[in-house]
Each structure stands twice: as structure tokens, then as C-alpha cells.
Design a binder for this molecule. Sequence first.
Ligand code: ISL
Length: 553
Amino acid sequence: MKKTWWKEGIVYQIYPRSFNDTSGNGIGDIPGIIEKLDYIKSLGVDIIWLCPVYESPNDDNGYDISDYRSISKEFGGSEAFDELLEQMHFRGLKLVMDLVLNHSSDEHYWFQESLKSKDNPYRDYYFWRPAKNGNVPNNWVSFFSGSAWLKDDITDEYFLHLFTKKQPDLNWENPKVREEIHDIVDFWCKKGVDGFRMDVISLISKKLDFPDTAYPEDYGKTIKNYYANGPRIHEYLQELNRKVLSKYDIMTVGEGPGIDLSNGLDYVDEDREELNMIFHFDHMFIDNGVGGKYDPIDVPLSKFKKVFSDWDEKLKNKGWGSIFLGNHDFSRMVSRFGNDNKLYHSTSAKLLAMLLLTMRGTTYIYQGDEIGMTNVAYPSIDDYNDVETLGSWNQALKRGDDMDEYLKLVHRQSRDNARTPMQWNTKKNAGFSDIQPWLKVNPNYVDINVESQEQDENSILNFYRKMVTYRKANKVLVYGDYECVDEADENLYVYRRWNSEQSYVILLNFSDSYQAIAYEDLNLESTELAISNYLESHSTSQLRPWEAQLRKY
Ligand code: ISL
């Protein structure tokens, strides 16, 4: 495998709205990020993935871009951005922009023109279709509930929006659209950014006959079979690579709902020259029931482990993986995959950190996970902001669901869990802002915050630093081979990493109870403990609740 900076680099993801507010308007901003660059650097990470900061009416918090070349004034505008880039490069940090190219905002000039008439030159920048039998063109539903089509009265036709009605899908079939996109990507490369995270890139090529989904009730199947991996997807990505990406030393990671083991390698196979990495969601949608994330199911650990093993096997020697357990679209990883009860909060957050930093692939850390930020449970739906949460809430209301029960589901699943303001200290609003933030802080900031963890050498924060340093010093944890020791064990996740010189075994107890280690073949007595999330008395015959051990082999 060719070695590169983006394979060895560790990424820190920032959701700017919730990171640090310096202007005093309750919304995080770019100067707020600049203020915290030394903190970010102190984590040992190399790359920042910045969620969208472009001009946007913020129907979906920046994932609806109205001007691809301007930085939102609310966030500090282009001057603040230039300063950020300079300050980051000065510290040896690389900047990865989030690019949303599947759709624009309806307030983008292109769409405003497109609305005007059927023969407007921008009409074909989007997907316009006439009514079918007096109704919507097909039965597709948007990711955020309701039909994916909206009728516009000026021309009496429908346009496609796979997300909110203010996020019309761009028509990549149109060569002019692709040229515009190539120019945008080139613009940011010339500015000196170091890469792109490409939003829902798996959706950009559409099935042009827009067939009805045969699974209108099955969210996952519909995405896979109708929305994602369209007929020209690889042609578009190869073209983008050839015309722009290949000219710069940048990294690309495509977000890929609908991508699975059967097609994932096609996006990242080094010989195909498309993208460097993708985010697949096999572990993130793992507890989605037929009705999607608001219809969750229980998942055995073996299924979770299998996702990591299968993907490693699929990509090894040909492509490169992305290792992540959370981002701005999901519940907090410690609440979801760990245990956020006081008793196990710190231990399980550290165990997950060990998983993230001992897997093959590039590690992505989402802001706040380095201090173990947890889910929030707001008392009322009025406290929520996320369009996905509100969309499913309204559907549930229409169905006549028990809304007290549904609020519990919102507590568990809402994307706002990951979007609560960053918890810096115990001051008002967790030190995030001088005024009431756009989304309420999680009341547990008095216990979970950066300042107190800075002072505790055994904090989650300092455990992250330790793991990051260790991974960087032992490249076998980046490039080495991977093997899961026992796929079937429902409590322990044990795996090995090795190359010709070094070998490690990682033992993770994903349970609230003591677990015997029954793997005699591993000969653990003769191994040396390198890092653990418990302070003392480490045994090789049993693991305590949520115990994690990294052992030299
Ligand atoms: O958020 C999800 C599950 O809760 C996903 O289905 C998500 O909508 C999907 O992965 C696409 O996400 C990306 O594009 C969306 C935006 O809302 C998300 O924040 C972004 O990460 C539309 O641009």
C-alpha cells in the first residue's frame, strides 16, 4: 500500500455552528475555530474537516448552499476563512472542506433562474418533471420525510429534492452543471485547501426514468436501489478526478448512503482514480429497522464487528477505509455504542477511542467525542432544531403515534444529539457563547467539559491524546494487517494488527460485566500491556466492564 499523509493523518471534524461563538450571537463562527486551533493541535490530529461554511439560508444548517464561492457572513466571511487557512497551515494542520454538490439551496441563483420558465437556460440545472396522472412524478420520499417532489406554480411542474424542499437536486447529466462544479472545486483547490468531504456523493447520478420504488416503506432498500449508485456515478467521479482533483495533492472522502460491500471498492480502488475514501454507513445504520432510524432494532455485537471485518477485507491492498463512530448526523457515540451512565461513561468512551485509533483506515474524531459528550434529552420537541427530527416528528403526529413515546425516540435518535454546543468549561453556556446558543447546551456540561478534563491526567481527553500519540509512533496501527479473533463473541471485540516487525492485540469488552478471555491460542500472558483504560491490575484472563487493552504481541 502506498503511504500517504491522509492515510496516516487523523481527522478532527468541526460542526462550526456548535463549536465556539466569538461574535456573541449564539452561533459558532470561524474566529471561534481560530481561537481553539492550539487546543485542536494539542490533540495530535493533523486534519480538520469543516462542515459547510458557505453562504446559506441554513434550512439544513449549511447543507443548502446559495453561493459556493462565498463564506457565510454569520461565520465571519471570506476574510475569516483566509485567516483560518493561514493559521492552520502555520500550525501544520490541513483543511478539508465539506462540499455539497448533489443539491444546492433553492436560493442559489441557478435555481432562482430555473424556476422562471421552461426555456430558461438554467432550467436543466435541476430535475423538472410534469405531473403523473395529476400527481407527483413518482413515489419517492425525501430523506427528511414527505414526497421528494414539489410543484412550482410558475410552470406547473415538479422539481426533485431528495432532502428538504429548499435543497433541489442538481442535474449532473447536464455538462454545464458538471463544468460549474469542476470550476468550484478548482476554485477551492487554488485557494489552498487540502481536500474535500463530498456530501451524499453516492446520489449524484439519477435513474432518469425515475421509477417508483418497490419498497416505499423500506427506507434502506429504497436508498440502495433507487437513489444511490446511479448509472453514471463512476463516470462523473472519474471525470472530476481527471479534470481537477488529480492536479492537486489533496484528499477526498465521499459520503455514501447506499454504498455497501458490493460496490464500495469501486469508489476508492486506487486504480480507478475516483475518490480516496468513502464513508459507508453499514455500522451507522446498523440499528435502523425497516422504517429507518426512527424504527430502531437491537443489534448484537457480532454484527457490528462483522461490518469492520468485512470492510477491511474488501478494501485491503486496493483502497482505503474511513474509521468513524459518529458525526453531526448521529447520536453521540458514547451514548450509542458505549454506556453513558456515570459509572461507565469515562471507561466506555476510552474504549471507543481505542477502537477508533487501532483500526486500519483513516481515523475521524467528531468534535466533543474527545471529552465523551453525550446525547441530550430536551423536554419538548420545541427545543429541537434538526430538519430530520422535525420531519419524522410530523409524520408520527399524522400517523397518530403516542407522542410521549416518540419524544423518547427523539432523545435516542435525533441528529441534534451531536449538535449541542461544545462544552468548554463550567461557565455560562458551557463557555460556548455569552448568550443563549442557537441550540441549548447539554446540562451535563458542568461534569463533562474540556477545562476539567485538561486538569485530570486520566480524563477521556488525555486518553485520546495518548492513543493518538501511540498510533502515530506505531504505523503498524495504521497500515498493518487486521484480523478479528472471534467474530461470534457477543461481548468481546478482540483483534490483531501486525506487520513484519510488530504485532498487537486489542481487547475490548463491550459490556457492563466481567468477561472471561477464553482465547488460549493468543498466549496473552507473554504479551506486554501498552495502553489500557483502567489504571491498574490488568489481567489476561478476564476483562472488567468496558475494559480496553492494547497489548504488544
Ligand atoms: O442523517 C442521516 C441519518 O440520520 C443521513 O440519512 C443523512 O441524511 C445522509 O447521510 C446525508 O447526510 C448529509 O447530507 C444531508 C445533510 O443533512 C447531512 O447533514 C449531511 O451529512 C443533506 O445535505
